[in-house]
Design a protein around this ligand. Sequence first.
Ligand code: ATP
Ligand code: LTN
Length: 334
Amino acid sequence: MIDGKKVLFSGMQATGNLTLGNYLGALKNWVSLSDEYECFYSVVDMHSITIRQDPSEFRRRARNLLTLYIAAGLDPEKNCIYYQSHVSGHAELAWILNCFTYMGELNRMTQFKDKAAKHADNINAGLFTYPVLMAADILLYQADVVPVGVDQMQHLELTRNIAERFNNIYGEVFTVPEAYIGKVGAKIMSLQDPSKKMSKSDENPNASIYLMDDPDTIMRKCKRAVTDSEGCICYRDEQPGIKNLIDIYSACTGKTPQETVKEFEGKGYGELKPAVGEAVISVLRPLQEEFARLSKDKAYLDSMIKANAEKAGYYAAKTLRKVQRKVGFPDRIR
Ligand code: ATP
Ligand code: LTN
């Protein structure tokens, strides 16, 4: 608890260009949660170097991601928006938690197996202990809730196990966090293969709408979206392409899928697709404008980055000191 509010932690990696899936499934929910909770939203750049990055490109992407958090509506005066690498407590706690995590547990992580297969030439120790750094992120701020996609549930379960294990040995040190899985836009699928999720690492650019796509590109991608030959605008699993378009339209307009189906009753795909395009354009346009405006305001962004790194550092240090004392590290002489 901070000032009577429950604590929320989440983060995103600055790898690749953000998609509409990232926005509707994550960022948009973050904004809606920011009044209820004391929020920490991190650009988790330390996680990103588990895969080789080009330094200048990486720095640019991380800055863009942080700017996008704010452009999407997260007020940096209320929410702690910061770079993970600016708070050394993440690395320090991760080391301690490494000593409370078993090889067997990490061996079971499916994301590690997937990433190791994808990057067979660079299976580094960081990739293996990635979930421990993630646990440190969350536990450092004593987070009560963690909004994540279903793909991160295994890592969150591990975080809970590590927290409980530590608490069993040393007493109530960590808050054991709960996952928060959003309802709307929980999973946006690829426009080219609706059996796969829309993903920023997809090689086919037509499969994803990127947050920085211009209106013509968005419209073209929506019109080319893979559907079926049923000809009925119905919300059902047998028509995954249409179901996805209904989901996107609903998430962008604030309607329920049922309301959307009603709106398009008796109409054809030729009417649905451009309507989806328009709905997406009207959601992304203000986001892009705000992003462009903020990007130019270097002084403002820098001041927010500095202030929030200090704020995060304050809370991180509090937990870290407690943990260090519990494990028996000697007191500092002041
Ligand atoms: P990558 O392709 O690099 O694996 P990604 O696009 O799958 O990336 P992540 O960085 O893994 O995205 O996830 C960032 C956040 O966006 C997570 O909270 C995740 O659950 C959410 N997210 C990602 N893709 C989608 C999607 N298609 N629909 C809804 N939410 C998504
Ligand atoms: N592993 C997550 C990103 C991430 C995260 C976190 C999410 C790193 N640390 C802490 C929530 C809480 C991902 O790849 N989406």
